[in-house]
Design a protein. Structure first.
Length: 278
């Protein structure tokens, strides 16, 4: 992801040089513009264009569908509450909780249906709202959530860049987590041994960098299970429409999410009284 700010910086530098020449051209001809003033003008334009470009870039993100937004109202079994770090999906379970990081520049509410289905299955969920919709700027937010709530078993997960940042958090804090659910994401960090990690990918995913993903598989610990969703794609791990460059799915979004929920429940391996509270 570092290539984006570098490209933005280079473009801003070029724009600043051109604008500075245009703005100061007349004064340079008359000799009334000092070198110091030219430099000040250049840096004012440079920083202004860089921040304006960043505002435009991060201000444009993919929104959740109307169907996804319906799940923000919760269900008979799941109460949805807005919290300082995002949204809390409080279901019938009381033992296990999943902290979920959304994909890059994706409205976090696009994952509302997935969160509701997981919570209905007994896994309470914390859907994290990332700064500028980029998990790279909020990779440590899982710690903030765990400080404020008490659960015997914590899990972390995420989609795409969110999955990568969730994996990095787990690599740095293995003692706090019981497992990870990575959706079309990969970790460049060495993941810890001794905890279950489910890596779920989709057959028709054209967004995931498969070469990088397969390279990172060499660092997997023994307890990683890889699941491929037949007919699924990158976009249907959430509900925000077809992402640019993605492949067409041959299964429904609901079916893809259903398979993710089944995998999550399998990973956590519930007791017979799972999800039942007194």
């Amino acid at each position: 992801m570092i290539i984006i700010p570098l490209l933005a910086a280079l473009m801003s530098f070029g724009v600043a040089m051109v604008l500075t020449r245009l703005i100061t051209w007349k004064r340079r001809k008359t000799g009334r513009l000092t070198k110091r003033r030219r430099l000040i003008t250049f840096f004012i334009i440079l920083f202004s264009s860089y921040f304006l470009g960043g505002f435009i870039y991060f201000g444009i993100y993919t929104h959740a569908t109307d169907h996804a937004l319906e799940f923000m109202n919760g269900t008979d079994l799941v109460h949805v509450e807005e919290i300082s770090d995002g949204y809390f999906f409080n279901g019938p379970g009381s033992r296990d909780a999943l902290i979920f990081y959304p994909g890059a520049k994706i409205d976090e509410k696009a994952y509302a249906e997935l969160m509701v289905k997981l919570a209905e299955s007994g896994i309470d969920c914390f859907l994290v709202k990332m700064p500028l919709h980029m998990a790279i700027f909020g990779g440590g937010k899982a710690g903030s959530v765990m400080e404020k709530y008490e659960y015997p078993c914590w899990y972390i997960g995420g989609h795409s860049l969110g999955g990568a940042m969730a994996a990095i958090y787990m690599a740095k804090n293995p003692e706090n987590l019981k497992g990870a659910l990575l959706l079309a994401g990969y970790s460049e960090e060495q993941l810890p041994e001794g905890v279950p990690i489910y890596s779920i990918v989709a057959e028709n995913d054209k967004v995931l960098n498969w070469d990088k993903y397969n390279e990172c598989k060499k660092k997997w610990p023994l307890m990683v299970k890889e699941i491929t969703i037949k007919g699924g794609n990158h976009s249907q791990f959430g509900d925000y429409g077809l992402q640019k460059g993605d492949g067409e799915a041959t299964i429904s979004c609901e079916e893809q999410m259903k398979q993710v929920v089944e995998a999550a429940v399998e990973m956590i391996k519930p007791d017979p009284d799972y999800g039942v509270t007194d």
